[in-house]
Ligand binder design. Sequence first.
Ligand SMILES: Cc1ncc(COP(=O)(O)O)c(C=O)c1O
Length: 405
Amino acid sequence: MTDQLIPGRRAFPADDPIFALNTEAQARRATGESILNATVGALLDDSGQLVVLDAVMDLWRELTALEIAPYAPIAGDPLFLKALVRRHWPRLDAAGAACTTPGGSGALALSLRNFLEQGQRVLTTAPFWGPYATLAAENGMSLATAPWPRAGEPLDTGAWEAALRTLMRDQGRVLLWLNDPCHNPTGRSLSSSDRASLLTLVREVAALGPITLLLDFAYLDYTREPEAVAAALGEYAALGAEGSVLVGACLSLSKSMTLYGGRCGALAFPWCEDPALQAALTQSCRGTWSNCAKAPQALLLRLERDGKAQARLAGEHRHWSDVLGARAAALDEALAAEGMKALRWTGGFFVCVPAADPEAACVRMKEDGVFTVPLPEGLRVGLCGMRASDAPRLAQALRRVVAVS
Ligand SMILES: Cc1ncc(COP(=O)(O)O)c(C=O)c1O
């Protein structure tokens, strides 16, 4: 044991559990075994290669030395922030209080430090993207959850109201991380009526104290229903414009541009011009990573000026959304053939199969050579890393374990 390590930092697992599962899957595949690895969290084509968007890579190759080498401004390039916000809300003409961050993860981390005190709880959905809990723990905080609706079921507004009111009563403030539309890991967005109910509750509780609604937009470009995504953005914009709730977005180039390793994103509050909020964000940037990589910011500015590249990128997003949609449809069909419920994917990289004992189910499926990620609510299946033709094998393995677990 390293004495220098302070006691509270000595008992972490050596490897992230998802990466550990992936390593195990790859090791078994290397011995010649037929492995279905649905743990992967990046988009792969049907031959298992990482998808890298051509429109983005062509722009990347055009970047000049001065678009790569200099420091970017501490809070990020204001033109980049405006361009990124306008990708989501084209009618806005300013980013509001905003800063560039290393991916959506950086934006989430900064939101904790600026909107909650140590020891408080951030509200999110169950299930949620696992690192949400790690981000909270690293900042001396924890998560509170309220349920994401199951496929075909409405939002449990009672549970959401209780969660919002309890946190407001206990903390005097609420930070809500909402990964909608295109939720990870369920692969479903809120229905318009569920969203309206939730926003009504948020408005009501905002009368009792400050609420920050941070929308996590990691997967918006990969959807079966782009019109519904656009409508959702409009509903959130309307709430933001009202001003009673601080509405912000956690934006990322990781999936949208397949620039996972470029580590770029933003935390933006487009309807807030408060200089104190901007100053707090800038201070957090300076005190955490100083400033972010310049190249991805420069790339987005090139994209903004290049209509042809935008059209090409939109075509690529459509293509890969169709591929994900075909994988999801094949899985639903295979589940139906096994007598199981459809998952009804509408967007994002994942779906989640409800299971009573997900840890045990995951272990049993590994015996069949099928790898999924156990979450408290079920098994996460990465549509992004599987082929449609894998669906029958996956569904059979799922039925065997979900029925018995
Ligand atoms: C729901 C969700 N939010 C945020 C992120 C953050 O990703 P990044 O930090 O690469 O932008 C991810 C990545 O998988 C995610 O799934």
